[in-house]
Design a protein around this ligand. Structure first.
Ligand code: FE
Length: 190
């Protein structure tokens, strides 16, 4: 795959269709400047501000953009709120669609065929492998990302965080908790 990508990039460069320097800037942006910290800020705001949480529920694209997180692969967003009754899990069964603007680049396992197929066939089994055992009576809802629509899971706010600042709350929000393969950290972990 790496060789194919290199070959494709070489041909496109030779034809003058792409500028390698511009590609480097895009890769650097998503590797070092955009990442799960963005999504953690969105979740922490939703935990702290009920009006923002409502906005996020109704128009995630606008609510997320209001914090400055816009751009490629984040043009159309939907938030999936975990509750006592329902746990949400995000996958792209077709390829690797992922909300770059809030989570950065996807982890390797997210793009791998085993995760993509098994997340829909056996979500509880997949979650067990991530170390997450859900109560039997909790529903698991799986969201299949597409090129048009990307999902952000809003994990439940951990108990014992009353009065915490948004900055401190954001520190509890892991990348995996926003994909649904994890939950937010407990206060002791911060
Ligand atoms: Fe995809």
């Amino acid at each position: 795959m790496a060789a194919r990508v290199r070959a494709l990039e070489t041909i496109l460069t030779q034809k003058g269709l792409i500028d390698p320097a511009a590609i480097d800037v895009i890769v650097d942006t998503y590797e070092t400047k955009v990442g799960p910290r963005n999504g953690a800020r969105v979740v922490a705001r939703a935990w702290s501000d009920p009006a923002y949480a409502d906005w996020l529920r109704q128009d995630a694209t606008a609510a997320i953009a209001s914090l400055g997180f816009t751009g490629r692969q984040g043009e159309h967003m939907q938030a999936a709120f975990n509750t006592d009754e329902t746990h949400n899990l995000v996958v792209c069964t077709l390829c690797s669609c992922y909300p770059w603007s809030v989570l950065g680049l996807p982890p390797v396992w997210y793009k791998a065929p085993p995760y993509r197929s098994r997340a829909v066939i056996d979500p509880r089994g997949v979650l067990e492998e991530f170390g997450l055992t859900l109560p039997k009576d909790k529903k698991v809802r799986v969201w299949d990302s597409t090129a048009e629509l990307r999902y952000l899971v809003v994990p439940q706010r951990p108990a014992g965080t009353e009065g915490w600042s948004e900055d401190d709350l954001a520190g509890l929000v892991t990348r995996d908790s926003m994909i649904g393969t994890g939950v937010a950290l407990e206060p002791e972990a911060a």
